[in-house]
Ligand binder design. Sequence first.
Ligand SMILES: *Cc1c(COP(=O)(O)O)cnc(C)c1O
Length: 444
Amino acid sequence: MLALVRGRLPDADAAALASVVRDVVAAERARLAAGEPASGPAALADEAVGRIAAFTDPAAERGPVPPRVVNATGVVLHTNLGRSPWPAAAIAAAEAAAASYGYLELDEATGRRGPRFRVAEEHLAALTGAEAGLVVSNAAAALLLAVGLAGRRGSVVVSRGELVEIGGGVRIPEVIARAGARLVEVGTTNRTRAADFEGPLAEGRARLVLRVHPSNFALTGFAEVADQAEVAAIAHRHGAVVVDDLGSGALLDTAAFGLAHEPMPMERLAAGADVVVFSGDKLVGGPQAGLLAGRADLIARLRRDPLARAMRPDKAILAGVAATLGLYRAGRAATEVPVWRAIARTRGQLLDRARAVEAAAGPHVTAVPLESAVGGGSLPGQALPSAGVAVRVASPDRAAAVLRRGPDRVLARIEDGRLVCDLRTVEPEDDALLARRLAALAGR
Ligand SMILES: *Cc1c(COP(=O)(O)O)cnc(C)c1O
């Protein structure tokens, strides 16, 4: 069998082929043990050759990328689906950076080692009005790095209303402990005033004020959040720095899209934050990255921190981030960043598409108005007027499970016991695929 496979792939490494053949033979043994008929060497060789081809084929069932899925949940930033698809410009930039050698850390003029490729960081500073920017591997890493500005065993002041769990079990007190700093809590769960920060800062007990945007929950009722500019003024009077973790960090105003206003990095810096931290792959809508912007001296200190080296993004990611931020600087983000394109779709546009899907899929499918969420720990409780289709089936759960599996996977949502597909997060080119999959559910 190994000889058959080698005969068909004469240039492939023999040891690599042998490992695949071993897997295929083990699977055949298991089938024989279960009483199935023998496949024969030719069929096994086909299976091995097929597996080897799949290792590098992005379209293969068990290929090198997570299986593609049409996101019909309406959740724009779905963490389990890899948050945002990248803008085309970012994909092209990442591909070009990945494909060749490049002056990543080489100064063209001197021919010697230079600063690492800085275009993304220049965009970051320009877009936020900060003196300097820094890109690391993700926002949780950026937060850990920034908290380090408190120094070893330095103290970090945080409002009790902001000691949140970000997601995936990551909690602010633990991040502070891991950064080697001490936590000083001020205020209460529901109300914190600027004056609450005065005590620990005046006593010189703390060198850093951390502000965390409660991005995945909303504080309502008898609640008060300290005024940022006042807190920053108190911190600066006592020689402390202010780090603001924005989570999503919108570079476009969400209010212009009918949503509540999500904090923008430029506003936080203008309100006295010394360093802001936000994600590259939430509302920014690009590759996974942690974006930092702020005072030049502090960003320079962060850049020199050995931790920053451990959080360094890959050259292709750096190129993708630069291209994504470039779209904002070129004024093209609302139309070319997929996240904003999805947010911008109106209910009217989506209803038109839903009616076309209804017509193509059959009488068990009906166009309906829906409400969609932004997700990804952004804008909790905020809904966008959306539209899609509801599917009449005997078991919505079973139908959802059928759609979820490949080929042409579709992730739908169950709402009030109905199976619904929200078109906000479906690219129009996938409407026909969706209609086809829904048509096949007729009578189920
Ligand atoms: C999401 C989030 C983070 C972490 O960002 P990642 O991109 O997941 O690393 C940190 N802080 C806040 C407030 C967040 O919402």
